[in-house]
Design a protein around this ligand. Structure first.
Ligand code: ASP
Length: 335
């Protein structure tokens, strides 16, 4: 079990909630689980997940690689605010895993009278012990979500996460795992990556936006993710400047990714004229049904591998890293 901080480990301070509890304290109420497994705790950091960076993702992936042979499963306690980003990043940095990596946290600190901390941690450890469990997953409020598919959708409620455009992998009910989907067993061993390219910018469009931001953004970053409206398009208010800037670059030189502000059902820039005109001007990538968190982490990973040929970047971007090969489990129950 690796701890990183977050609400689950937070205590009240003069300046607001801040992480301060150790991993062993989090496990205090879960003595009975120690009959089924031996848990070793590694305190990685103690931060609000607002302060997570790509460097922490690399550190976590490095620790997974270092400890992979020593343990049967991994649980990462993490703040909820950026948990979906970390889960996505680890899904790309640690691929082809034959063992589970389960992220969890809570909406209320473990020390509070009413809290989801104990349940979530217990469920996460249970999923980390399950035979069919492989790869990076989030376990929260009884749901098992693929690492590349999670999104935080509620600020306060216990059902904080949803699986986006992909079925739940399973449920945890009263300590039992009900599994719907599992990754097919990895044929070759795990593959760990050690680099990310952080020069990725997210540009959220607003109606009538001024184009003045475009030039510095494209100059300073290797990839610009445009979070557009609906299925996707570039509004007239920025179109002229947008296409002028793109004409200065080759596709592999600056990566453009079109995605959407809409949570469910994804993008398709082919539908409307405002979208299709981008296709006519520049070769770009499209998020389709991927979450923003996954798009952001995936392109950082692809560019971190050193690829600069657009064809290869495109191939990797559209290749499923999780659940390319999976087995339906039809609600198999494991005690
Ligand atoms: N701000 C906290 C964090 O992300 C929220 C949480 O853990 O629920 O670390």
């Amino acid at each position: 079990m690796m701890t990183t901080g977050g609400t689950i480990a937070s205590r009240p301070t003069e300046h607001g909630l801040a992480p301060g509890m150790q991993g062993e304290e989090l496990l205090a109420g879960l003595e009975d689980l120690k009959k089924s497994c031996e848990i070793k705790v590694l305190e990685v950091c103690s931060i609000d997940s607002t302060n997570m960076t790509w460097k922490h993702w690399l550190r976590l992936a490095g620790l997974l690689q270092e400890n992979y042979g020593r343990y049967d499963g991994f649980v990462i306690c993490h703040g909820t605010d950026t948990m979906a980003y970390t889960a996505a990043a680890l899904s790309y940095l640690a691929q082809n895993l034959g063992k589970p990596v389960v992220l969890t946290g809570s909406q209320q600190p473990a020390g509070r009278r009413i809290t989801d901390a104990g349940r979530n941690l217990r469920d996460a450890i249970t999923v980390a012990m399950e035979d069919a469990s492989r790869g990076v997953q989030i376990v929260f409020n009884g749901q098992i979500i693929a690492g590349t598919r999670a999104k935080k959708v509620k600020s306060f409620s216990f059902d904080a996460f949803k699986s986006i455009n992909f079925p739940l992998l399973g449920l945890v009910q009263n300590g039992r795992v009900i599994r719907y989907l599992c990754e097919a067993p990895a044929e070759n061993g795990p593959v760990f990556y050690t680099d990310l390219n952080p020069r990725v910018f997210l540009l959220k469009l607003t109606p009538g936006m001024d184009p003045c931001i475009l030039e510095p953004v494209f100059r300073m970053f290797d990839c610009v993710i445009v979070e557009s409206f609906g299925v996707g398009g570039i509004p007239d208010s920025i179109a002229e400047e947008f296409f002028r800037i793109l004409s200065c670059y080759q596709p592999g030189e600056k990566i453009l990714i079109m995605t959407t502000q809409v949570t469910y059902e994804g993008s398709n820039v082919d539908i409307y004229e405002v979208g299709r005109r981008v296709k006519e001007k520049y070769r770009f990538l499209e998020a389709y049904d991927m979450t923003l968190e996954a798009v952001f982490a995936k392109i950082m990973w692809i560019l971190g591998t050193g690829h600069s040929e657009f064809d290869e970047i495109e191939r990797l971007f559209y290749k499923r890293v999780q659940f390319d090969n999976y087995a339906p489990m039809g609600g198999k129950v494991s005690e």
